[in-house]
Design a protein around this ligand. Sequence first.
Ligand code: UD1
Length: 417
Amino acid sequence: MKRLIIKGGNLLNGTVKISGAKNSIVALLPASMLTRGKCVIHNVPDISDVHILIDTMRFLGSKVEFNNGTITIDNSNIVNKKIDAEYATKLRASYYFMGSLLGKYHHAEIAYPGGCIIGSRPIDIHLSSFRKLGANIQEKDGHYIMDTDEIVGNEIFFDFPSVGATINVMLTAVLGKGTTKIINAAREPEIKNVADFLISMGANIEGAGSGIITINGVSELHDGEITVIPDRIEAGTYIILGALLGEDFTVEGIVEEHLYALLLKLKDAGVTYKIDGNKIHINKCDNLKGVNVKTGVYPGFPTDLGQPMSTFLTQCFGQSVFEETIYENRLRHIPHLNHMGANINSLSSKAVIIGPSELVGKKVKATDLRAGAAMLVAGMIASGTTTIENIEHILRGYENIVDKLNNVGADITYIDD
Ligand code: UD1
């Protein structure tokens, strides 16, 4: 069983460097399947989700090399094959192969996607969009089977600005006929990163990063190259740790604009920091005060930082209300925080946090990826020793987290027995 043993209370001193964004690379890899050419992707995080996607690409005949943070891809011999649960259910982002294979081959067969159990996570917006672009979709034996004679551009309005559906429409429509418009598209920075990669391959996409994206289909894509943007969720997690434990602590490789929601909430709570280009210097602050945090779509407070933020709020004086609005099941870490001494009452997707609480090391579980990050923050500020089980979730999203933190003063042991 994979576990982390954390001896809490150590201050953090030095610099942590941020890796490439998980939510970009998991879309960039399937996006590369749209070309028969060669692609180069820089600043790739070495996380387990990346390896699962590389395995899937190799299964489809892609030649993929991953060295020193750079992935090179040669797609000259790829074949469109049915992607079984063995590959698809290991992560949510496997759904991006639906868009890229449908767009390129007009046929895709793929098992249902997996991912963290943080809500029902339907993909109805993806499916209705594929249909609007001409696809006929059937479900059989746990697989989606999608077919069309041609992809034809359309105007697609999203009831909700889904990140995955926005990227999937871009992947499907870039090689389609005519123009596709996404109205109420998601605006997360990772979407622009994927669009920039497609544009480097010859795609015609305008407006990525805004609520309206226009894709003019082209007949072919060629070689492409892109650098993965910094992971704003990883950066946010280390910034939260800096506000609680920093002592001459720096997080390097951030994009301030991607982190406004978190930074301004921390400021309201009494945290001081200094930004110098792509670095933020942030130290332990006393007399933190409670703030209300409600997650939302970008540029709102990111749902993926909500759980680590809730651990931060246990250290603030007074009452904080934390509300999760994107997923219905993202407070499963709260009983574990209470087990460590937090004072949190939660009902449905809302938690009332009374602080500050002295947290005490206990045996807890990472119930999902970001819940794991929340427990890691808790273990690092707690007295005594915390054991976090089920840390496979954490390893899916945080590159080299144990070494990164131990190098700046943490005392974390990784055990796999
Ligand atoms: C992506 C991120 C995830 C992040 C989320 C919101 C990846 C691989 N994952 O997930 O880390 O938490 O954005 O920022 O990039 N929904 C539907 N129908 C759909 C699609 C979504 O009801 O067809 C709902 C979901 O159940 C969820 C909400 O919309 O409640 C957000 O989903 P979406 O923005 O699509 O997130 P993901 O792409 O799954």
